[in-house]
Design a binder for this molecule. Structure first.
Ligand code: MG
Length: 256
């Protein structure tokens, strides 16, 4: 069941979105060779709490961190670790969120560690482009398939694999609400989008195959062929005036 939010509820969700965006930006600014993903996690948790939020990920289904930190061929759900030390040329997906007044924020970005290869740079650029196109499709009277198709058209044109098993989602008082928001689809198909829906849109794109592999810790997901993967995520409210991005620090403006 899709839980639509009133304009007042969307207003109330903005603070969780703002803190989530701030923490993501601040953690991203600390991504550099030599730092461990556990250090990034500790920093994220302290900043979330300092800002008045509760880490949305910590304890979710037993997840131990306040961020997911997924390196290179790791797609999502990497557990922060003192053993994972960032190295020049890596790419690191950070996914994090805060709960404020019972409303959940959720966003992700993939950061370069120092200088990265042209191949990885292109992956980041294309995956970010997929995200913005999908956000722009989050409009009343569009359909869910329009969001997925927006991602799919760009990713496949670039020759990349689109992760199928993990998808975006509705969000509100729970991190994962209906509907699922796949990163593939056909235009003019699927659930009709309506004002009041709030979605977390999060393309996960691989340079190689779309196939994934679940690692034995029960969390970490990697690409089946070991190729690099990127992940970008923002929360968007569908409004009568168009898409309204909630995970932002300034202005709650439109994507395009
Ligand atoms: Mg999400």
């Amino acid at each position: 069941m899709i839980i639509k939010k009133s304009p007042a509820e969307i207003e109330a969700m903005k603070e969780a979105g703002r803190i989530s965006a701030k923490v993501l930006r601040e953690v991203g600014a600390r991504v550099q060779p030599g730092i461990s993903t556990l250090e990034l996690d500790r920093f994220a948790e302290s900043l979330i709490r300092l800002e008045g939020g509760i880490p949305a990920f910590k304890g979710y289904g037993g997840f131990p961190g306040s961020i997911c930190a997924s390196l290179n061929d790791q797609i999502v759900h990497g557990i922060p670790s003192a053993e994972v030390i960032l190295q020049e040329g890596d790419i690191l997906s950070i996914d994090t969120g805060a709960i404020v007044d019972g409303w959940v924020g959720d966003n992700a970005w993939t950061y370069p560690v120092g200088v990265i290869s042209a191949e990885k740079q292109r992956l980041l650029e294309i995956t970010e482009k997929c995200m913005w196109a999908a956000l722009d499709a989050a409009r009343a009277n569009n359909r869910l398939g329009d969001i997925g198709a927006a991602v799919q058209e760009i990713a496949e044109e670039a020759g990349y694999g689109i992760v199928r098993e993990y998808v975006g989602h509705g969000i509100g008082r729970k991190m994962h609400e209906d509907p699922n928001v796949p990163n593939y689809g056909r235009r003019r198909t699927g659930v009709k989008l309506e004002a009041g829906m709030v979605l977390a849109i999060e393309p996960m794109i691989n340079i190689g195959t779309h196939m994934t592999k679940q690692m034995p810790d029960g969390w970490l997901v990697v690409t089946a062929d070991g190729s690099p993967s990127a992940h970008f995520e923002k929360m968007v409210a569908i409004t009568e005036e168009g898409p309204l991005i909630l995970t932002t620090e300034a202005g709650y403006t439109r994507p395009v």
